[in-house]
Design a protein around this ligand. Structure first.
Ligand SMILES: [Ca+2]
Length: 185
């Protein structure tokens, strides 16, 4: 090991640390071909349409699909989003809930957009309460008295900062330098 190599390593680790955000959801795009990881009464996996891959989830009516996970600090959440299609409507109408470890529920419904016949991304990151721990998400279909009331979802995302974070990587880097200094003596 020499100084140049060590500094290069520290620099590389810093960049990697910043880029590491991991989707913590199980089966977020339903590519298992079933509802593995999800809790739902009426949503089913289908390969009739998908945003990416071959599979998505679909329901007819006002039912929910949810996934719970080990609580993560809201401050560490980089993105919460999903792709939606509601082809029977002229504007989107669904609810998306953020489930916290203290049993409170955030998020909301009545989202805009007029391209209901194409897959559209909705991002809920700004709704995440950074003072709480997020432990699940829940998305809803709708009922408006129509014939189908179809809601499709695909590619759910709950991106969370992976550990170690950039700050702790920097500490590790300084630790390595300190160790080298000690060795040189
Ligand atoms: Ca998919």
């Amino acid at each position: 090991m020499n100084w140049k190599r060590t500094l290069t390593m520290v620099g590389t680790l810093g960049i990697v640390g910043q880029a590491l955000a991991v989707n913590i959801l199980t089966n977020p795009g339903f590519e298992t071909g079933d509802m593995t990881g999800w809790t739902t009464t009426m949503f089913t996996a289908t390969n009739n349409d998908a945003h990416t891959g071959s599979w998505s989830t679909i329901d007819f009516g006002n039912f929910s699909v949810e996934q719970s996970f080990a609580p993560v600090s809201g401050a560490d959440v980089d993105e919460v989003s999903v792709w939606v299609k509601q082809p029977d409507r002229s504007s989107f109408f669904f609810a998306f809930e953020l489930l916290y470890s203290d049993s409170s529920v955030g998020g909301g419904g009545g989202f805009g957009g007029t391209t209901t016949t194409t897959w559209t991304k909705f991002d809920f990151t700004s709704l995440v309460d950074t003072s709480k721990s997020l432990s699940g998400i829940r998305a809803w279909g709708y009922t408006s008295g129509g014939t189908n009331d179809v809601t499709w979802y695909d590619d759910f995302v709950v991106d969370v900062d992976a550990v170690p974070e950039p700050a702790s990587m920097a500490v590790l880097g300084f630790g390595a330098i300190a160790m080298l200094r000690r060795r040189k003596k």
